[in-house]
Design a protein around this ligand. Structure first.
Ligand code: G4P
Length: 533
């Protein structure tokens, strides 16, 4: 794509064509289920539009994803989310990264606002694990379609039929297999490609460094007879199909059905079939709801929203990157957009495709694509940007925090820097910031869904804002939203307190569920609702 294209030449049908080719998704899983291995394997089978950051093997991976903070370097973890762009069979796949470390953060949730579907990766031996369930709950609330992938089938694991039952139970969707393995978990030598009516024998090449060798036979030509692995696999797959029905694209896109595939990503088994499913069946971008009750069609003028903001990635430049999901129209670098929250123009001279630490200039982007806007200090998570008129997409919901800490400046003489730092972190969505008259502005309460958010906040307070801070944990584990009440309850009570967030919400913090129930009983007139619903 060249820079000589102008908006006039690429608008209209070109936007619809390009949007139609996009598959924008996130892989959700528990750490160690094989997300990185699967992403690398997908890259192996497709053309990587930009391959920076894609490597093979965990050891070489260290340092290739965003290791921009000292903390990340030490621990070999990635805090930043970016998108990898692959092309396969005419489709453009935007794989939006969710941080994969054990410490959870709100970023993982926010990414789900920027994608059109999710690939849920399950370890065949472990089934559903806590982080998968948390992310799945967000997908369900958002009505996101889900493709389920059962990985590590080359290792002993659960029974395939039991896994299918578990998927239905947890997702509330009909699980419809598109591939089915022969043999038990741990004995993975072939699979049935149920879409193509083929049996595929699989053989690893160079320990998984290269695409696996596949030998394909039409199902109608398979030898018949008891005791044969193919026959047993066919019987199981038929059984599931007879119970759950066949694949139905509308039911999948409506989040009523979840297609299921089996893989061993480390050997690249089943990954080609998954890639075909992503390209052929994955939902593309569609009209997005706006706050005025309407929908922004994909071929309208350019619009998008910020789902992540990141600062301090490049120590030399102290920059600020906002990640924008394109919702409609074509993005052309240099466009002047309007930020609906501020009613002010935003110039997009510095637009990048960002993968980990690597960046390249991005001139054009289409609905479904992710754009990294550099030097975007005025942008916040949830901001809507548009080229024609004002378009406003719904705010990305806050998520229910489970961890709370009081922050205080180590050096009271640096209070101004402390306040600037806390406000900066709040605007970027690194942590939620809660205040109350009782605690005052000098001791705000920071709230998070994962401990890593506090570590990032603490490090940045010291290194970037030059205001080292202490973080003192509070015993609360639960927060509820307080509805507008006729009588205001006291700010503190046994086992809890009430705090204010700058978006206008009042939150009630509790040490445990029991205190919540107590509070409800003592204050029957107050409305308490769950956060993030
Ligand atoms: P994550 O991003 O979800 O955290 O998982 P990652 O891909 O890093 O995989 C976690 C471990 O599981 C890695 O082993 C990886 O090789 C292994 N793995 C991933 N997919 C499969 C699979 O299909 N089969 C088998 N048998 N193993 C798989 P590791 O020992 O931690 O690292 P490495 O030295 O093998 O790279």
């Amino acid at each position: 794509m060249t820079r000589t294209l102008t908006i006039a030449t690429v608008n209209g049908p070109a936007v619809l064509d390009e949007a139609d080719r996009r598959r924008t998704f996130a892989v959700i899983s528990h750490p160690d289920a094989g997300k990185s291995t699967l992403t690398e394997s997908l890259a192996l089978y497709s053309s990587v539009i930009k391959d920076a950051g894609v490597t093979h093997g965990k050891s070489s991976r260290h340092g290739t994803v965003s290791d921009w903070m000292g903390m990340e370097q030490e621990r070999g973890i990635s805090v930043s989310s970016a998108a990898l762009q692959l092309s396969h069979r005419g489709a453009v796949l935007n794989v939006v990264d969710t941080p994969g470390h054990a410490d959870f953060s709100e970023d993982s949730y926010r990414v789900l606002a920027a994608v059109d579907f999710a690939v849920m990766l399950i370890d065949a031996a472990k089934g559903f694990e806590p982080q998968t369930l948390k992310l799945l709950a967000v997908c369900r609330r958002r009505g996101l379609p889900i493709i389920t992938v059962i990985n590590k089938w080359d290792r002993p694991g659960l029974e395939a039929l039991d896994l299918i039952d578990g998927i239905e139970e947890q997702t509330g969707m009909a699980a419809v297999p598109l591939t089915w393995p022969t043999g038990k978990a741990g004995d993975f030598h072939g699979l049935l490609d149920l879409r193509r009516h083929e049996a595929v024998s699989l053989e690893a090449v160079r320990g998984g460094a290269l695409p696996c060798r596949e030998r394909t036979t039409a199902l109608s030509e398979l030898p018949d007879g008891p005791g044969l692995q193919w026959a047993a696999a066919l019987e199981e797959a038929d059984l599931v199909q007879a119970t759950n029905g066949g694949f139905d694209r509308a039911a999948f896109h409506g989040a009523k059905q979840t297609p299921v595939l089996f893989t061993a990503a480390a050997k690249n088994f089943g990954v080609r079939q998954l890639l075909d499913v992503l390209a052929d069946l994955g939902p593309g971008p569609s009209a997005r709801r706006t706050t005025d009750g309407g929908h922004q069609p994909v071929d309208a003028g350019f619009s998008g929203f910020v789902f992540k903001v990141q600062s301090g990635q490049d120590a030399a430049h102290r920059d600020h990157i906002a990640f924008l999901r394109v919702c409609s129209g074509v993005f052309e670098r240099g466009m002047i957009l309007t930020n609906a929250r501020l009613g002010r123009p935003f110039a997009t001279k510095y637009a990048h495709r960002v993968i980990g630490r690597s960046r390249e200039v991005l001139d054009l982007a289409w609905p479904g694509d992710i754009v990294g806007l550099v030097n975007a200090a005025s942008l916040r998570v949830g901001d809507s940007l548009s080229a024609e008129g004002e378009v406003r997409f719904p705010e990305i919901p806050h998520f229910a925090p489970e961890l709370f800490s009081v922050a205080r400046a180590v050096d009271p003489g640096r209070y101004k820097q402390f306040r600037r730092g806390i406000t900066g972190l709040e605007h970027e969505g690194v942590v939620q910031v809660l205040r109350s008259d009782r605690r005052g502005d000098q001791a705000p309460v920071l709230a998070a869904v994962g401990a890593l958010q506090f570590e990032v906040a603490q490090e940045r307070m010291a290194k970037e804002f030059h205001a080292p801070a202490t973080f003192e944990p509070l015993p609360y584990t639960l927060a509820m939203r307080l509805g507008a009440a006729s009588t205001r309850p006291p700010e503190t009570f046994l086992g809890g307190e009430i705090m204010h967030r700058s978006d206008g919400e009042n939150l009630v913090l509790f040490t445990d569920r029991w205190k919540l129930e107590h509070f409800r009983r003592d204050n029957p007139g107050l409305e308490l609702t769950t956060i993030g619903s």
